[in-house]
Design a protein around this ligand. Structure first.
Ligand SMILES: Cc1cc2nc3c(=O)[nH]c(=O)nc-3n(C[C@H](O)[C@H](O)[C@H](O)COP(=O)(O)O)c2cc1C
Ligand SMILES: [Mn+2]
Length: 478
């Protein structure tokens, strides 16, 4: 059994390297565990964490394992250089490796189909005191009744009462598509909630493949071998054999709704409660050494899990003008969602203005994109200090800011959603293009030393090894 990315082995490996900390003392899953995750997130480098004793549960809970980009790439066996990562990830999405069905696996070591309460057995957390309830953060595996193709996605599930949860499904996602097709036929929507799976399944679950493609095939592509899947006990869904916990459940008919939320969202604000479907749990299977997994929204791990959105954005924007666009990224501060940065090379007069066209076209990527900032080729698009510098020194707002008024946006961004709460107006706001590229008209303008005005001051390149003592060099450079 392939276990390289399995939770237990990853935790063990990184614990030895000092990159996973273990917390021995008992922690409360209501607000204390998430408080620790939040505190770890304010460190410059956030370690993975294993909570060995969680009040009320027999299983440990891991978190933050994917909070650092370099560690995430190491675990997944992907290159950590940003551009290379994107190119490799795109190739993987084009070379999916479908799962293979096997008879049984570790996730069947214990099977409950009667006289059990999954909500008491599987660790869940309440993240903040204002939340609507406790939550699971599972990988949701479903099957489209029309095509027979499975889908895997991360969707939160709020615990309600005796084996009932509320699942946050959105219509426009792969899960939503499976659900709508079930509703059309009046069929029960069968759902497996997978918790504590090997880590590439979390990355692929957070990836939106085109409808009709199974994200477990992306997990297979990442690990380079098919994910082994086993049939569920009570529903027609196949789940990863190595999973820690598998909760099997059914939504409707009659597809009853309940109030889900509030919940601290990606942008670190509480969500507005929504009406979402109730899922009745039919069975629970687990491995005896299962490890729970807690993901808190708005954390570095949440943003790393969104990395595929960045990849998609890059792919989309690059295709608009391949010879002009160098790179593109979505900012982590907006959960890789609302603010896009595009790097271009404006080396000819004919390109002037094309950057604004590219930015306009970039909005086609997602209705949730709200700001696009364009920078030149000498600006590091992953460093917000550099973006700030470019906006301050190269953008004259009266000429280089473009505002498109009153466009649909995301409800969870309060500046777009507040108006709906206030007076029922549509969820939207203005969208903005910040052109922080040097205007062509200044390209040949020289400063005192006869250097271009917009060129950075040039420092001599030196090798510090030749100047520092070996001791200082090791201490500061490594
Ligand atoms: C930590 C985390 C939690 C998420 N929770 C939800 C959720 O509750 N509801 C939702 O619609 N999307 C949620 N998402 C986003 C989806 O997982 C993501 O859009 C996914 O690509 C959808 O895939 P699908 O189109 O295959 O369903 C979450 C993502 C992450 C990283
Ligand atoms: Mn999908």
């Amino acid at each position: 059994m392939h276990e390289l990315t399995g939770l237990r082995s990853v935790i063990e490996h990184y614990r030895e390297k000092g990159e996973v900390v273990e917390i021995e003392r008992e922690v409360d899953s209501e607000c204390e565990l998430s408080g620790i995750i939040s505190a770890l997130n304010s460190l410059p480098t956030t370690p993975g964490v294993l909570f060995k004793k969680v009040k009320g549960y027999d299983f440990p809970v891991a978190a933050c394992i994917l909070s650092e980009k370099d560690r995430t790439c190491q675990i997944l066996g992907l290159p950590s250089s940003p551009l290379e990562f994107k190119e490799v990830f795109i190739k993987l999405t084009q070379n999916l490796i479908p799962p293979v069905k096997v008879g049984s696996g570790p996730c069947k070591e214990k099977i409950y189909t009667r006289d059990f309460d999954a909500l008491k057995i599987v660790p869940s957390i309440k993240a903040t005191p204002d939340d609507g309830g406790r939550y699971f953060q599972p990988i949701v595996v479903t099957k489209d009744p029309e095509t027979g193709v499975q889908n895997a996605a991360l969707n939160r599930a709020m615990l309600l009462r005796d084996n009932t949860v509320i699942l946050n499904v959105r219509n426009e996602t792969g899960v939503g598509q499976c659900f709508r097709n079930c509703k059309k036929e009046g069929k029960p929507f069968e759902v497996a909630l997978v918790i504590g799976a090997p880590l590439e399944m979390y990355i692929s679950g957070a990836t939106k493949l085109p409808l009709g493609q199974d994200e477990l095939s992306l997990a297979g592509a990442v690990r380079g071998s098919p994910v082994e899947v086993v049939p569920c006990e009570t529903i027609d869904v196949h789940v990863p054999a190595e999973a820690g916990f598998v909760i099997e459940g059914v939504i409707g008919p009659p597809y009853e709704l309940g109030t889900e939320g509030p919940w601290p969202e990606f942008l670190k604000y509480l969500s507005i409660p929504q009406q979402k479907p109730l899922l009745k749990i039919k069975a629970l299977t687990l491995r005896k050494d299962a490890v729970g997994y807690a993901i808190v929204a708005g954390t570095k791990e949440n943003y790393n899990l969104r990395i595929s959105n960045d990849v998609e954005f890059y792919r989309y924007v690059k295709a608009i003008e391949p010879n002009f666009v160098i790179d593109a990224a979505l900012t982590p501060g907006t959960a890789h969602w609302h603010h896009g940065i595009i790097q271009i090379k404006k080396d000819d007069y004919d390109f002037e203005g094309l950057q604004v066209h590219v930015a306009m076209a970039a909005f086609g990527f997602s209705v949730y994109l709200e700001t696009v900032t364009i920078v030149d080729e000498d600006v590091n698009i992953l460093d917000m200090n550099e973006i700030d510098w470019a906006v301050t020194t190269r953008c004259n707002p009266s000429e280089q800011i473009h505002i498109i008024r009153e466009v649909k946006a995301h409800r969870n961004n309060p500046i777009a959603g507040a108006r709906e709460l206030m007076d029922g107006s549509f969820v939207g706001k203005a969208k903005m293009i910040i052109d922080a590229t040097v205007p062509w008209k200044y390209k040949n303008l020289k400063s005192g030393a006869n250097r271009p005005v917009f060129e950075r001051a040039r420092f001599k390149k030196v090798d510090l090894k030749e100047y520092l003592s070996p001791h200082n060099y090791r201490q500061w450079i490594k």
